[in-house]
Design a protein around this ligand. Structure first.
Ligand code: TTP
Ligand code: MG
Length: 364
């Protein structure tokens, strides 16, 4: 009875905790309630070099955001409460919240430390009942763990995800199947998951600002500009998504590699490529909201001989600079006269929730 087909109207929830790390910190220390709280690296009175992991909604009013340099956050709001990341605590809370949600359906998919999809098609018959169920889940999480979350209810994962973000924090947004197009079309294209700044800028150059503009655009133009992803974007703009809610095995490593157009031994080119590989790895890492402990370097010489080297940190990290520095350090033993055909950079040994592991290598 848990089968869900594309012909049947599905009811999918996407739940995402509000300002997760900082909400946990506030829960631990209720005196912080209502204050701007920033979780991340040490601001060192404005000279710190790390980034903001997240911040409370009060801190967001000052313009502070995840991923922002901590020094910039400090400039925007020196009086905020600055806290270091306590990953063990957040993971414990995350485990318990996921268990609460798992109790509502067996079609469950955790996607990061603070978000999950639930397919409740077999449990509720319409959106009114679904809305009540979503409210129950919100209440249960608040009661048991003291954390608010936002839930999107929709006929598929894509629209549910956009809906959960629609009225954050403490939101509940229900999008009925007949309302999907009206809900999506006025939104900016950047609301589509995966459409980041770069894609948004390219679309802007094509005079595409809203999801309506994207849906109305000739798919051929999108294919010319984005390849296969153009088709996917066009479908998403029309609210189409057949992805199923399935609990997946965890990612074991994230790596990117690049084959040179021409084999090279040029230290400048090599440094540039390693930096750019590290940046791509870091983007994937941030999307998955993972911390890593191990950095790996792969080199292939012009004769195809291939070597890998790895180094592990003592503590988990999300830091891009660390990936860059260690990748370049690992590279040193290979530098010389021989030319390289390919370089790869990876991270692994993640701080994750589940233990089933699967190797994913994304080739550039
Ligand atoms: P998000 O769900 O993206 O953000 P959030 O829960 O803090 O806030 P929102 O209310 O907008 O959902 O990420 C979940 C946690 O993952 C977040 O609390 C901290 C961590 N994280 C980082 O460490 N770095 C990042 O760049 C992002 C985006 C998240
Ligand atoms: Mg969140």
């Amino acid at each position: 009875m848990t089968q869900s087909t594309t012909s049947k109207t599905r009811i999918i929830f996407h739940a995402d905790m509000d300002s997760f790390y900082s909400s946990v910190e506030v829960r631990e220390n209720p005196q912080l309630k209502g204050q701007p709280v920033v979780v991340g690296s040490d601001p060192k009175n404005g000279t710190g070099r790390g980034v903001v992991s997240t911040c409370s909604y009060e801190a967001r009013e000052f313009g502070i955001r995840s991923g922002m340099p901590i020094s910039k956050a400090y400039k925007l709001c020196p009086d905020a409460v600055y806290l270091r990341v306590n990953m063990k605590l957040y993971k414990d809370v995350s485990h318990r919240i996921m268990d609460v949600m798992r109790g509502f359906t067996d079609m469950f998919q955790q996607v990061s430390v603070d978000e999950a999809y639930l397919d409740v098609s077999d449990h509720v018959k319409d959106c009114v009942v679904a809305s009540r169920l979503a409210q129950n889940i919100k209440d249960e999480i608040l009661l048991r763990e003291g954390i608010t979350c936002s839930i999107g209810v929709a006929p598929n994962k894509l629209v549910a995800k956009i809906a959960s973000d629609f009225q954050k924090p403490d939101g509940l947004t229900v999008v009925k199947p007949e309302d999907v197009v009206d809900f999506l079309t006025p939104l900016p294209v950047s609301r589509i998951p995966g459409v980041g700044k770069k894609t948004t800028d390219i679309l802007l150059g094509m005079d595409i600002k809203t999801i309506w503009d994207l849906a109305a655009c000739d798919v051929q133009l999108l294919i010319e500009r984005f390849g296969k992803y153009g088709i996917k974007m066009h479908q998403m703009a029309r609210g189409i998504d057949h992805g199923e809610v399935v609990e997946r095995g965890d990612v074991k490593s994230i790596s990117k590699e690049d084959t040179f157009d021409e084999d090279t031994a040029d230290p400048y080119v090599i440094e540039q490529v390693l930096d750019s590989l590290a940046e791509s790895v870091h983007v994937s890492l941030m999307k998955k909201k993972f911390l890593f402990k191990t950095i790996t370097l792969k080199v292939r010489f012009e004769d195809f001989s291939t070597y890998t080297r790895a180094r592990s940190l003592r503590v988990y990290s999300t830091d891009l600079e660390t990936i860059k520095i260690i990748a370049k350090d690992l590279m040193r033993e290979f530098m010389g006269k021989r030319r390289f055909r390919l370089l790869g950079v990876g991270v692994s040994n993640f701080e994750t929730i589940d233990v089933r592991q699967k190797l994913i290598t994304d080739f550039l």
